[in-house]
Design a protein around this ligand. Sequence first.
Ligand SMILES: [Zn+2]
Length: 396
Amino acid sequence: MFKFKVIKKEGKTKARNGLLETPHGVIRTPAFVPVSTKGALRGVDYETAYNFGSDIFMVNAFHFFCNKRHKEVKKFGGLHKFANINYPLMTDSGGFQVFSYGFGREHEVGKISEVSTPQKEKKSSPRNKNLVKISSDGVEFSLPTSGEKVFMNPKVSMEVQKNLGADLIFAFDECTSSFADYNYTKEALQRTNRWAEESLSCFGRSKKQALMGVVQGGEFQDLREESAKFTASLPFFGFGIGGFLGKSKKDMYHLLDWVNDILPEEKPRHLLGIGEVDDILESVEKGVDLFDCVVPTRWARHGTALTSQGRLNIKGRKYLNSKKPIDKNCSCPICKNHSVGYVSHLIREKEIFGAMLLTHHNLFWIQNLMASIREEIKKENFSTFKNKLLKKYGTK
Ligand SMILES: [Zn+2]
């Protein structure tokens, strides 16, 4: 029922095309996975997103755990039946959100510190002990909504993810932040390794779902390598690369080399929570197969368009008078039928339809980029394509 096959290697780089088979359909890799956080995409329906080239969607198990609704979903027979959809789905373990509460709910801690963590906040306390208590058994934390104390560990995460019934699910891991020093990260990795084995044992055998392990180890080369070796030694279907990925984007690209040189070539690799255009291009070159990220949908709600000329904030006054499409090189239904002036007006007026239109464009645009990436890998021209595009994005 589950199969991953590398169908083309670029040769000059680690970029590759693959096909990932699941009971609900085939995913063409490299693939961008839109996030349907609580069971729905914000501003676009599943069918449209699928027709735009989204082969699989990511639902966050954390929300279904917090409101205990995974139990109701189970009664429906899983997320597919609950939402009445027949597309491949994946869920994350809930770990990232759980640990985000402890590490820096107030600090906007991200996966790469240059992007989201202001320097001055780096010296703050490593963890808010009142919110999250970590032991070798699991994590106790207070629910963000009610304050109720709850507990999560590999057994609970596997139960929630089995109830949700997504095709691909993830092992429960400890997600460390940019606050974590070497010794703490090493300790956390020992827990993650133990939890990987526990996740596998709680998962058991299944024809309906496949379990992915997660490589941790923070920004430290020896820990990342140790984690990649250990995780690769276990019978996971594929691998996520998670946690704190470095102080800069460049650090993250080095990290991907360390990890992907160790992970087995014949299994899929998913970079968790990353999906800006430059990151996708560089990470594909390092052998990453899947990405999930809220970027195209979240940015759309704030008026930011992904375009062939780079990122544009179309809320700007100058766009109001423009009869041109959002991107003249885009063939999405929005660019065909509407002016950027109209979309800009709706977004400025906070009309829901404005956010919807831009979400449609952004999602189409990013899936079109993924299709081009796959095509260029096929033609063994990916590096040239990547460098040309990065120049437009001002990062090369
Ligand atoms: Zn468009």
